[in-house]
Design a binder for this molecule. Structure first.
Ligand SMILES: [Zn+2]
Ligand SMILES: [Zn+2]
Length: 402
């Protein structure tokens, strides 16, 4: 079969799955589960993969699931990764598939990713005889800052068999429906979480001379931190330092004893990250000391930068051009958001890309992690078509994009 008609066939099969994909996605949306609690979700995934005749391993990284689909002939292993977890958000949408789990919501689109994964599994099981190699379906828990990828890797997700390449996608409300952004190199930032504890000396609000005010110290630290990216980072690099939370004080007439701040550092380049960590630490400790108090900072790496392999990214991009049309594919999109797909891509060359899911006319364009987040479900068959075709091309040796 020539590659063109092969793509057309796979695309129409993927689009024919649309109703089923929507049904799965809405079911997951109604029953969102937080990190490492994806018991219902992973149960449905494991059963679906087993029903398709795959060898299934459950409980990888606590609630993760792996399914192996062997082709008719031997060949490389292609890993496809889908995340399953939801967020601690009260859903504000009024839709018939609204969250039935109070305070928990699929506000990042991982319900869509899981549905896309089930769809690809179903489609590729039918095309098993055409595959030279193995598809490794990895359904990951706890992507939202809880290191689910590392938990799966520690449980052997990248062994037996070892993948040669890895692919994954994120539905993306910063892009209009159907626009695929498939970059080479860095596409998502490294994320660090920092916690700053400022120690002052509490007392009466009318007697500052007897106190060391941690609120004033915290305020000075926040202002001083704004200079780190502006004055210490090479302007050709991309970085963010954000203080997201500040807690101090109990009443209007009391000078607090201490203050706590948390925030995040986002970078792509490890040397830039080191520089920022060093400067943030100095600014925090020395600003507090200059004002008569003290401060400590703890910095915890959440995820490294997501770096795409150029060869795999080109294969996925070429595939997307054929599936979606050249006018619906771009290479230049990156975000300071982070993703622990990076843990897999640090170990296996691969490609993680964004697929536009916003539809402003239908009001489906709230940002990710917003209580009004929802997607244009047309993205589901598109995701199936692009990823399934890219994987099939890799496993049929039809991998020569230029
Ligand atoms: Zn998210
Ligand atoms: Zn996400």
């Amino acid at each position: 079969m020539n590659p063109k008609s092969e793509i057309e066939n796979l695309k129409s099969e993927a689009y024919a799955l649309k109703d089923q994909l929507i049904q799965w996605r809405r079911d997951f949306h109604r029953h969102p589960e937080l990190a490492y609690k994806e018991v219902r979700t992973s149960g449905i995934v494991a059963k679906h993969l087993a029903d398709l005749g795959m060898e299934v391993q459950a409980g990888i990284g606590k609630t993760g699931v792996i399914g192996l689909l062997d082709g008719a002939k031997p060949g490389p292993v292609v890993m496809l990764r889908f995340d399953m977890d939801a967020l601690p958000i009260v859903e504000a949408n009024q839709v018939e598939y609204v969250s039935q789990n109070p305070g928990v919501m699929h506000a990042c689109g991982h319900d869509g990713h899981t549905a896309i994964g089930l769809g690809i599994a179903q489609l590729m099981a039918k095309h098993r005889h055409e595959l030279a190699g193995t598809l490794k379906f990895v359904f990951q828990p706890a992507e939202e800052g809880e290191q689910g990828a590392m938990a799966m890797i520690r449980d052997g997700a990248l062994e037996n068999p070892e993948p040669e390449v890895a692919m994954g996608l994120h539905v993306w409300n910063e892009l209009p429906i159907g626009l695929a952004a498939i970059g080479s190199g860095g596409v998502m930032a490294a994320a660090d979480l920092f916690t700053i504890k400022v120690q002052g000396k509490g007392g009466h609000g009318a007697q500052p001379q007897l106190c060391v005010d941690p609120v004033v110290i915290a305020a000075q630290i926040i202002v001083a931190l704004q200079t780190v990216v502006a004055r210490n980072v090479d302007p050709r690099q991309t970085a963010v330092v954000t203080v997201g939370m500040l807690n101090a004080g109990t009443a209007f007439n009391i000078i607090a004893d201490s203050a706590v701040m948390t925030g995040t550092i986002r970078t792509f380049d490890p040397i830039t990250r080191e520089r920022i960590v060093q400067r943030v630490t100095e600014v925090v400790e020395q600003t507090a000391r200059a004002l008569g108090g003290s401060a400590t900072i703890e910095i915890k790496a959440i995820a490294p930068a997501t770096i795409n392999d150029d060869r795999v990214a080109r294969l996925v991009r070429e595939t997307a051009v054929e599936v979606l049309g050249a006018e619906h594919v771009t290479a230049d999109q990156f975000t300071m958001g982070a993703e622990d797909m990076s843990e897999f891509l640090n170990r296996v060359p691969g490609c993680f890309f964004f697929l536009g899911s916003a539809n402003a006319e239908r009001g489906l364009n709230a940002p990710h992690h917003n209580p009004h987040f929802d997607i244009d479900e047309d993205v589901l068959p598109m995701g199936v078509a692009v990823l399934a075709t890219a994987a099939l091309r890799y496993l049929t040796g039809n991998t020569a994009p230029n």
